[in-house]
Design a protein around this ligand. Structure first.
Ligand code: HSE
Length: 377
């Protein structure tokens, strides 16, 4: 199998190392990089040269970001060249367009590495769906934020110190706001829901990150018997679905509360299989590279995920409700009950309603924080 790599950063170099140290029958024929990095014959800064390369089986997009990744993926798919990508931002934004182009040309579209790094999360969803409808999923799908929370808890580090280390270790996005404001998880949530529920998942789902989480919040939640984790959650019932990304209070003795470092954990629920949990490295060069190489092997073997994106499966925010704990120095909305000093608990809100409420509060108190205590999931 002859492939081209677009980008040789964290993910691209991980793919390179795995391919070069394992006898998988994969040859890296071309590498797209910046002109100043073109220091060997395989490297080029011209995408046209890559598209013109004879006998190329797959293009692996490992650049990240929207453009030119989106254009390059479309050009490959339209020419019938299969694409492997780890780029959750571009996949979440253009999934329908990519699926359509791949279908029209007969090319394959492989996106395992876009959700959960080295964890075979999407492949497992596809496997479960052969028998069960998937009713719900939830997951810690961002290594950087899990690492930050874990470091704050274990080492009494402050937020920015823990974030800097996540950046040094190669977990964090180029713009860390994507991690700490929940955008990265939202992208993974969109891709997961699209596959698990077969819906054309909304893009403007409720998203609230952990930027305002403090050591005092962590201590307070621990006193109440909880850990806090940034979770993607989705639920599907009778042709309707809801999704949200937000800090969630999980019982201190749960698996989720005890996920360390940059690990991810993702759970799904199927009617006959029951709950399944998948735990592993959600970020980093080799785990993400591993998922891309698995996709290459699936492409060689003719296996690929099917995204249905059925528009008749509709978004219904009423499906995802919970209690919400809000900490603010601004005026509290009516109706809450005390939840420790400086916080109140609001019962039975939809994620949509809680996030709308929080937008008003944050306008007055930019350091306010909110976490969900789930009742439906
Ligand atoms: N920044 C992401 C994370 C990388 O920390 O999980 C993997 O998607």
């Amino acid at each position: 199998m002859r492939i081209a790599l677009l980008g040789y950063g964290t993910v691209g170099s991980g793919i390179g190392r795995i391919v070069e140290t394992h006898d998988l029958g994969i040859e890296i024929a071309k590498i797209l990089c910046l002109p100043k990095e073109c220091d060997e014959p395989r490297k080029t800064s011209s995408y046209d040269e890559i598209l013109a390369e004879p006998g190329l089986d797959v293009i692996v997009e490992a650049m990240g970001g929207q453009e030119p990744a989106h254009t390059f993926i479309m050009q490959a798919l339209e020419r019938g060249i299969s694409v492997v990508t780890a780029n959750k931002a571009v996949v979440a934004a253009h999934l329908g367009e990519f699926v359509g182009a791949a279908k029209a040309s007969g090319a394959g579209l492989y996106v395992e590495a876009s959700c959960g790094g080295g964890i075979p999360w999407l492949a497992s969803i596809a496997k479960v769906k052969r028998i069960d409808a998937i009713d719900s999923f939830s997951g810690i799908l961002n290594g950087t934020t899990n690492f930050i929370i874990d470091q704050m808890k274990k080492n009494d580090e402050d937020f920015s110190e823990a974030l800097s280390r996540a950046q040094e270790l190669g977990y964090a996005e180029r713009d860390p706001s994507a991690d700490i404001d929940g955008i990265d998880v939202a992208n993974k949530c969109i891709i997961t829901a699209s596959l698990a529920f077969g819906c054309d998942c909304i893009r403007d789902l409720p998203v609230f990150g952990i930027r305002n989480l403090t050591a005092a919040d962590l201590a307070h939640y621990a006193y109440e018997g909880y850990g806090v984790k940034l979770l993607a959650r989705g639920i599907c019932r009778d042709g309707r679905y809801a999704v949200a990304v937000e800090p969630v209070l999980v019982p201190s003795d749960s698996l989720e509360a005890n996920v360390p470092d940059n690990f991810n954990i993702a759970t799904l629920e199927g009617a006959t299989v029951g709950p399944l949990k998948f735990y592993g490295q959600g970020a980093g060069s080799l785990p993400t590279g591993n998922a891309c190489v698995q996709d290459l092997l699936d492409c060689r073997d003719g296996n690929q995920l099917t995204f249905d994106l059925d528009p008749s499966i509709t978004y219904d925010p009423e499906l995802l409700t919970g209690d919400y704990v809000i900490r603010t120095t601004a005026a509290f909305p009516q109706g809450g009950t005390a939840f420790g000093i400086g916080s109140k608990r609001y019962k039975g809100l939809t994620a949509d309603a809680a996030h709308k409420l929080m937008r008003t509060i944050v306008a007055d108190d930019p350091s306010a924080f909110m976490a969900c205590i789930p009742t439906t999931l």
